[in-house]
Design a protein around this ligand. Sequence first.
Ligand SMILES: [Zn+2]
Length: 453
Amino acid sequence: MANSDRPTTVIADVYRGTFIHSTQTTAVQILEDALLGVDTQGKIAFIGKGKELDKLSQTFGFSPSAVTQLKQYEFFMPGMVDTHIHASQYSYAGTALDMPLLQWLNTYTFPVESRFKDLEFAKRVYTHVVKRTLRNGTTTACYFATIHTDASLLLGQIANDFGQRALVGKVCMDRNNSVKHYKETSQESQEETCRFIAELLNKKYPLVKPVVTPRFAPSCTGALLGQLGAIAKNNHLHIQSHISENTEEVKLVKELFPESESYTDVYHKYNLLTDKTVMAHGCYLSDKELDLFRETGASLSHCPNSNISLCSGMLNIRNVLNHKVKLGLGTDVAGGYSASMLDAVRRALDTSKVLTIQDPDHDTLTFEEVFRLATLGGSQALSLDDQTGNFEVGKDFDALRVDVVAPGAPIDLIQNEDPKILLEKFLNLGDDRNIVEVFVAGRNVVPFTEPTD
Ligand SMILES: [Zn+2]
């Protein structure tokens, strides 16, 4: 391509079968007997119809015999995007769900997170969480690590090694009255954040990037929040934090930041609400606060398992969508006990249905809408929708090969069903046994290749 402005596309893989994804206008678009080509850069080079095989093979220079044909009851869907997960809390996932947020943090979370100074412990937990989430179809994860820079860098390395797309955040907190050894000074937090960003970017991992991560307003002084806002702005970085998860927390923020009009205003004041910001929860945001989200382009991560498990609240997604705020789903491990995005899909539907039980006028979410939130919506919430989220030409091929009748999997198909029913059954009944292959940027990352040494 040295003498040409137009690079020649070289096709690495071509798949034929059913593809299911979301678009801007359609929550579930089904492409039956489609052909999808992936180039050597892992990008989607073309999508066409099966009957166009001869024409496409000539245009793109691949052999029709090299096409991988999906079986009956198999389909491809986009990889799922977990917009909020604490990699460091994975060790106690499935336990410790008997307290409200602030006590839960002091009793379980801070003592465990303080152990990540130990890199061997960090390596063990981070390897498990990356493998578990990938196997469950999370091709993109937005991770919280801990305050420890080197362990956070290790999480980035492990995600890169396994081929997961990830935003990784070294947690910042200069306020902690309950577990006093688990905090930084403002200066440490600022310096270590800069070191973390520089060292992670220096690795040049193609799919792993740093995200500026103030834990949440109660853990940070205004001075630190201001510094972090400036760091994110100067380096054009993503930002993640928590907002308005539980009523006690909202009250606490009011006490700690009396000069701010609202919780959202605290972050806004310190330049932490941008079009690359994702805030977890938002259960108690006012309409005015949601307007501020829309105006700044900041997004929300809905984490229904966590919201229910810690008795935090129930986010009204319909209201958020009506305000045109970008929204994705998150597992929020370990406040949420499941690392699977399929669980997040189900709990999001459950939450919406409970809201309808409470108010019959509530417009219940459909499974199609929640499918979009778990894929395209998540990529938009993380401002990564130019790279992933659906099967658009030019995006990376991040995909799950789903076999609804995979041996040993929990779905019984009694009769022939159309693809939309297969999708619905997979979302409601399926698990990782139905996800027979996972691709990130064209690379087959699940099943795992065993280390050669
Ligand atoms: Zn969280």
